[in-house]
Unconditional design. Sequence first.
Lengths: 235, 222
Amino acid sequence: MIVAAGPVIPNFGQGSPCERSNGWFCTDWLSAHWGDTLQPALVQHVWLTLIAVGIGFAIALGLALAGFRWRLVDAQIGALADFLYTIPSLALFQLLVPFTGLTVTTVEIALVSYTLLVLYRNMVEGLRGVPADVLESARGMGLTRMQTFVRVELPLASPAILAGLRIATVSTISVATVAAFIIPKGLGEPIFIALDQNLFKTEILAAGGLAVALALFADASLALVGRAATPWSRA
Amino acid sequence: MIADAFTPHTFLDAFGFIHHHASFLLQKTGEHLELSLAALGIALVLALPLGLWLGHRHRGLFVALSVSSLGRALPSVVLIAFGLTILGVGFWNNTAALVVLAIPPILTNAYFAIAGADRDAVEAARGMGLTEQQILTRIELPLGLPLVVAGIRISAIFVIATATIAAIAGGGGLGEVIVNQASYGLAGVVAGSLCVSALAFIAAFSLSLILRAVSPRHGRVP
């Protein structure tokens, strides 16, 4: 064998028999590439989602306060959010690229836009759903407008807000897989790579399974947090 | 993947592309519509009767809820990639994946539309001697129709948007233009995106009109 002579030619035929025959689920591939492929993708996916939902929540809260106060603003915001929702994710990513390039910013702008509709609607509906007699008693107890909002309206609206947060988080995890089309980040990336590499089944199933598991896990944990935070909503 | 320089002028170029390749884009839009309608049609046939029946029987709340949350948790890319590994490349792989994505909103909304119909109205109808089928078609369905149509609207938007991603699995349609910048250039990519958005918007708008037509008018007795 010649050592260190000429360029190293990569040997593509070195995978396990399962990998070479593109078996349904190669556990040896999984253990070999968990560290360099799946785990980083999972962490990136979590970050993409957290940033998007965090920013989306802040913006939606600001908008919801405005929409709750002024009905006219509510109709405008609602129509705009409705319109944003009709733009397909792949198209929205591509349409943003001329402005912000192939960056995380592009992806986050798109992801945040998609969270807005659900979060905004649920916040406004939740705040509107507070019964009039409850507000009346709050005023009777001498609470100021601000105190009523913080101590009465916000807690009573929180189950609806949390329901919106769950939906927004799960759908963001779902849409974030498309982000790999723009930037090589998130669980979409191994899937796109596997699709390019002659449909490598193990990678598709592993990354896809992780994305679904992440979504279900996020949904369940937010539901638990909600139960703990709003003990009065338990029937 | 994308190598051109990005300027806001790209949008002008995109309109130029639409102008010069109108018949090509129309053909791709046709393919897109065909794929979306096939998926939506199959999903309607499968999910609508099931949702209406479960709702009428007030049974299967758990099914309706888990289908809706599972449907949301399944990323479209993952589903299409799964479909590709199981069914191979082709029209039916994409259709099957899109059907799975289209079912949850239709099923869940149909269920809650019918199950949520005014109990008093249903009891009154039963007292008047209407058969179960008549109760469903004459009382519960008219009352719940806005919610049913809203579910179909969500599904339609979803399917049209996701059919774009089907292009990664050789599905044709407008996605093929969007994912293939090497052939069509950035102008083509943006033009394709504009066409998909327009298609989704037209579908959403027309279903909104239907929704308005079937919604009860407030404060007016027919």
